[in-house]
Design a protein around this ligand. Sequence first.
Ligand code: NDP
Ligand code: A1CAB
Length: 276
Amino acid sequence: MSNRIAFLGCGSMNEAILGGLLAAGTDPSDVVATVRRAERAAELAERHHVMTIAGAEEPDNNKLATKGASVVILGVKPVGIADLAREISPSLAKNTIVMSVAAAVSIAQLEAALPAGQPVIRTMPNTPAKLGRGVVSVSPGTNCTPEQLQLAKDILAAAGTVVEIPEEQVDALSAISGSGPAYVFYLAEAMAAAGVELGLDPELSLMISRETVAGAGFMLAEPGADPTALRIAVTSPNGTTERAIAAFNDGGIPAIIADGARAAAARAAEITQQLA
Ligand SMILES: NC(=O)C1=CN([C@@H]2O[C@H](COP(=O)(O)OP(=O)(O)OC[C@H]3O[C@@H](n4cnc5c(N)ncnc54)[C@H](OP(=O)(O)O)[C@@H]3O)[C@@H](O)[C@H]2O)C=CC1
Ligand SMILES: O=C(O)[C@@H]1CCC=N1
């Protein structure tokens, strides 16, 4: 079988994985991506030099991309996953690995929409995959062999840190790492707004907030980095940071973050029920 990887539905998430794979050396001629709109297909082709097929121009785009692929990565919204799986079923080879990046779509729901025996892997990535700095979970379906799982892990390693987890933990992981980049960007937005409130020029405030979050992220990425120790190193006793952290604690920020993560996980469970 070929090395072809088909990204079926290539928006924010699948494009980030695609970008990570290409940056790590995947040959663009081994990649095909499908979308609905012709403009989006042209944009992806120009940016990544990969073959793209828009549904607006070629209604069989997903089937064509699937034919001969060793791996297909389903990257449409959760509500469209089962239909997409059914659509490509006639074009799948018996051993094509079907991965899904969708939140809330269970392995059982995927397997029910695919030919009996099809190897399936449910994944939960995040967008830093674009820089090879993502977190990607893998949970194998019932027909996935250890060799197929290993192949998937090897491919996804180009997108970041790969963790194998039981499916029951996907919603929790999604609430931390899947959605997590948005929480961090939200923090950067809030910091930028706070700087403006303190009298900084908006552009300057945005720039220093962005660089601060990015710089702190780089420090966290160092081997063995401990967020608590890093925080303490900034927090002089009786100094300025201590006052800020005390205000955050008084405002209940840790509990609010836990509430947010719980809400994200609960929403995933709710969508799974709606799709059943
Ligand atoms: N965004 C994130 O950070 C994360 C997302 N996910 C999961 O990734 C999936 C996609 O989310 P996201 O990337 O944000 O969504 P986007 O809306 O950005 O991307 C969806 C893409 O799917 C394409 N598409 C829709 N229907 C079809 C179809 N029938 N055939 C081919 N292409 C199609 C769209 O094409 P067009 O552009 O032409 O409309 C679009 O490019 C979701 O299931 C989500 O749960 C998981 C983890 C993180
Ligand atoms: O918001 C969402 O539903 C997706 C899943 C995790 C991140 N984005």
